[in-house]
Design a protein around this ligand. Sequence first.
Ligand code: G3H
Ligand code: 13P
Ligand code: ZN
Length: 333
Amino acid sequence: MVSFKELGLVNTREMFAKAINGGYAIPAFNFNNMEQLQAIIQASAQTKSPVILQVSSGARKYANQTLLRYMAQGAVEYAKELGWEHPQICLHLDHGNTFELCKSCCDFGFSSVMIDGSSLPYEENIALTRQVVEYAHQFDVTVEAELGVLAGVEDEVQAEESHYTKPEEVIDFATRTGCDSLAISIGTSHGAYKFTPEQCTVDPETGRLVPPPLAFDVLDAIMEKLPGFPIVLHGSSSVPQEYVDIINKYGGKMPNAVGIPEDQLRKAAKSAVCKINIDSDSRLAFTAAVRKVLAEKPGEFDPRKYCGPAREEMVKLYTHKIVNVLGSDGKAL
Ligand code: G3H
Ligand code: 13P
Ligand code: ZN
């Protein structure tokens, strides 16, 4: 048993309370490797932003859960070395799908877990979430739950709305599960292809795809039902077109990649949305930088020569998100 407190990590309780009152959101960045983690910590330390390090099931398979936990512990020390006196770093399980997995993360140093029962029938989602909450709270580990299903590009356009979180369910769900935060579905989705071209309009000036707006009316209705309750947005990458262009220019093939416009995320961050999940944008920054170096210097074979620039690009990206989109800079002095 390893408590997150011994590792210098924090749970999300205080972070979220401050974020809601302050009208900003905490960045939740996924990490799978050292360069991503270094970039997240550099950006957070430089901007003094609280940060959530997210570990997905894919990350656990790729990098090993134990190693990732030690890396997060190292990240706290690294942050201090960078001059961040009181780092506020949370280690969070992203999309946990079983009680056993959430338990194992609570037992081994995670300060927050997500139990994603969103694909289960309502009552089963409640029962599973409640079980995780009862276990996690014994150790002061905070729990994120999910209600509503994130739309995917494979979904029928007509079916999208029925996947949104139903505001009439949120009081019952939050009360009966005791969860600390709630991930909702209002039109975001995972990955770099969030909308089909058919769902978008075309900007006449740039020729770029313009996605449909998020369902802020659903968010408003949820906030009315659960005033001051921490809300989470998954699938919130913006898919910067500069990165898509670089990737495509240097041998990649990402047609019609499109994300959530940043002005929509800025608006969400000012509301009860206090955690915004970003993974794909970091992958794009990394890939764009690596492709550019390898295309321009075909003889290069030292991974530091392309992972280094990739890390630099990710620092820029994370800093931009913190300062210009989420507004969490200066909130963890
Ligand atoms: O929720 C999805 C995240 O972007 C993680 O994806 O399981 O491929 O690491 P992953
Ligand atoms: P993106 O794919 O939009 O970055 O979303 C990541 C996410 O929600 C992780 O849980
Ligand atoms: Zn997610």
